[in-house]
Design a protein around this ligand. Structure first.
Ligand SMILES: Cc1ncc(COP(=O)(O)O)c(C=O)c1O
Length: 271
């Protein structure tokens, strides 16, 4: 595990073993770190409990910590706990954090927010997985940059299962034909589907969103004879429902890192 030291009052994270060079992050206190670690452990325990209640193997559910608006220093206790893959909404924020944390060996980044085609190059360079694929225009831009870098990237198709006009993602009826069209982009590795449910504590409103994603997965598997294993669904307020419905990836921000320190900026308007 990475060595953690404090030098001259500043907090330093060293990458594991042959760290090419430690780096300094500021603003992290022992108390804040211990609070984050406690919240992380509580979320892990809730994931296990929800999986067991649903008769599922907890190991089949990955926890993707979402660091949106939290500084790179906030990741420290989560990195120390062994996590290496983090989700970010905005590509610029992802790139900034990736740079600040580049001394940590094996760190991987996932784009979970709306991705504009003009950010495709930066996303491809910095991320290993993009969960918010929702247009062929974006697929073509990603393909172009991936060819230039001779790489592939894992993608999930984002689906707007709640029908809210403020949400990104494809309407469910378009997903199967979109998945078919994606075959033309051989640098993209489609792994599954992603959605955000209606923001509500009411399972009667939330569950249909998750069930719609499961239903689409079944349609895709029927057509392709398998695959599409990833169902990224569930956030701090609804991940237990998502696990009951079949989630394989819960994206958790505030339940681990606490309330977001700065107001969340509205998503850019649709073109
Ligand atoms: C797509 C997506 N997934 C997950 C999260 C994490 O949300 P929460 O802080 O409610 O866990 C966010 C936060 O903005 C998000 O935009």
């Amino acid at each position: 595990m990475s060595g953690l030291e404090s030098v001259d009052g500043s907090e330093t994270i060293s990458g594991p073993e042959s760290d090419p060079g430690s780096f300094t992050v500021v603003g992290s206190t022992a108390e804040a770190e211990s609070a984050t670690l406690s919240r992380l452990r509580a979320v892990e325990a809730r994931i296990v409990a929800a999986a067991e209640a649903a008769g599922r193997d907890p190991a089949a559910i990955r926890l993707l910590p979402v660091t949106k608006t939290h500084p790179a220093s906030a990741l420290r206790p989560v990195i120390a706990a062994g996590y290496r893959r983090f989700g970010e909404n905005r590509v610029q924020e992802l790139v900034d954090k990736a740079n600040q944390l580049r001394a940590v060996e094996g760190l991987e980044w996932v784009v979970i927010g709306h991705l504009q085609t003009n950010k495709a190059k930066a996303a491809v360079t910095a991320a290993v997985e993009i969960q918010s694929l929702e247009s062929l225009k974006l697929a073509a831009a990603l393909q172009r940059h991936l060819e230039a870098e001779d790489r592939t990237v894992e993608v999930l198709i984002e689906v707007n299962t709640s029908g809210e006009s403020t949400k990104f993602g494809l309407p469910p009826v378009e997903v199967v034909s979109f998945a078919q069209a994606l075959r033309a982009y051989d640098r993209l590795r489609p792994r599954g589907l992603m959605t955000l449910a209606l923001p509500s504590p009411d399972p009667n409103l939330v569950m249909p969103c998750f069930e719609a994603l499961v239903d689409l997965q079944a349609q895709l598997r029927d057509r392709d004879g398998g695959g599409w294993d990833e169902l990224s669904m569930g956030m701090s307020g609804d991940f237990e429902f998502a696990i009951a419905a079949g989630s394989t990836c819960v994206r958790i921000g505030s339940a681990i890192f606490g309330p977001r320190p700065t107001p969340v900026q509205p998503e850019p308007p649709r073109p």
